[in-house]
Write a new protein. Structure first.
Length: 122
């Protein structure tokens, strides 16, 4: 699996592969037709409580990832289903935030890549 991360408002390109929205909320001002989103998996996005607490504060990034990874560990089956579904594909995780690096899509990419590494070693 090749994972890219991209802001949902950026132009869709063929090299994006499958475009998967990983935010809990639908992006503001974006129609479903214009977004070119192939799948929306809000179940593996951060909880509303965690999302609101984090509020894209760079000082909270480390703690946000710890708490988000804990949430993902509780949803491990869903994450593994995601990995199986896209295992032989290129996938682009889409996010709506104005924060371009310290967001849930980048954290999810890191989490998924750590799972893939662990499963390859096993």
């Amino acid at each position: 699996m090749i994972i890219k991360v991209k802001r949902v408002y950026e132009e869709a390109k063929e090299e994006d592969g499958e475009r998967v929205l990983v935010d809990r909320l639908w992006p503001r001002g974006l129609s479903k037709e214009k977004s070119k989103i192939d799948k929306w998996i809000k179940e593996i996005s951060p909880s509303n409580e965690l999302r609101k607490w984090y509020d894209h504060d760079p000082e909270k990034w480390g703690e946000f990832k710890i708490q988000y990874f804990d949430e993902l560990n509780e949803k491990r089956e869903l994450v593994e289903q995601f990995c199986m579904e896209f295992s032989k594909q290129r996938v682009t995780l889409l996010f709506g935030s104005k924060e371009l690096k310290l967001n849930n899509a980048f954290a999810l990419k890191e989490y998924i890549e750590s799972i893939i590494k662990i499963s390859k070693k096993a």
